[in-house]
Design a protein around this ligand. Structure first.
Ligand code: CDP
Length: 210
């Protein structure tokens, strides 16, 4: 079974995807880490993240299995990721790795922005996880504050809106709900409730296919 989870920043898709993978004992790929890794390498090499050709070259040469670096999960890496993610050569270079991951015998859970639309259009279940920008900014602010990083809610809200605009406005595989994706709005849901709603979606989809 292939489960595709997409949605904007801080909507809860990572946590839901990870928990679904554990629940169904499926391998899990957080595809955001791929873009984050490319952004980080470009910064380290002093390359311009807005250079499509350079970014494509880095993407093609990158070892995509080394994604454990905790720095990749940081705010700066996320910002860089969304800049390198607009380039078609980058997305093309990452396509095969993601499709191969999804093609494992037991299936897989992948989360990102374009899994249901581009990477796995034939996924068995697609879930588009979203929440209002204000709720997402509040969650991200609390998460960063809990890690000891003093950040301002208003600033994070601006960043979230900018990232949404960049991810949805690009021409290469923009953030978009696939027509056959199930919408899961987590604005007024705690993570446990959101996870249960996701399991319900998967179970209903499985029952329909059976
Ligand atoms: O958790 P958060 O949404 O902040 O970040 P992420 O999922 O790791 O994604 C970081 C950035 O990578 C996004 O803003 C997208 O621009 C890009 N991305 C993408 O374009 N396609 C994907 N499948 C995954 C991430």
């Amino acid at each position: 079974m292939i489960i595709a989870i997409d949605g904007p920043a801080a909507a809860g898709k990572g946590t839901i995807a990870e928990r679904l993978a554990a629940h169904y004992r499926l391998p899990y790929l957080d595809t955001g880490l791929l873009y984050r890794a490319i952004g980080k390498v470009m910064a380290e090499q002093g390359l311009d993240p807005d250079d499509a050709v350079g970014a494509g070259r880095v993407a093609a040469a990158l070892d995509l299995t080394h994604l454990a670096d905790p720095q990749l999960r940081g705010r700066e890496a996320g910002e860089l990721a969304s800049r390198v993610a607009v380039h078609k050569p980058v997305r093309d270079a990452l396509l095969k790795f993601q499709r191969d991951f999804a093609a494992q015998p037991e299936g897989a859970v992948l989360d990102g922005r374009d899994i249901g639309t581009t990477i796995c259009p034939q996924a068995d279940v697609k879930i588009f996880v979203t929440a209002s920008p204000e709720v997402r900014a509040r969650r991200r602010t609390d998460e960063l504050n809990a890690k000891g990083r003093a950040v301002d809610y208003e600033r994070i809200l601006v960043e979230i809106r900018e990232r949404d605009a960049r991810d949805s406005g690009r021409t290469a595989a923009p953030l978009r709900k696939a027509a056959d994706a199930h919408l899961l709005d987590t604005s007024d849901k705690a993570i446990e409730t959101a996870f249960r709603a996701a399991v319900d979606i998967v179970e209903r989809a499985r029952a329909e296919r059976a």
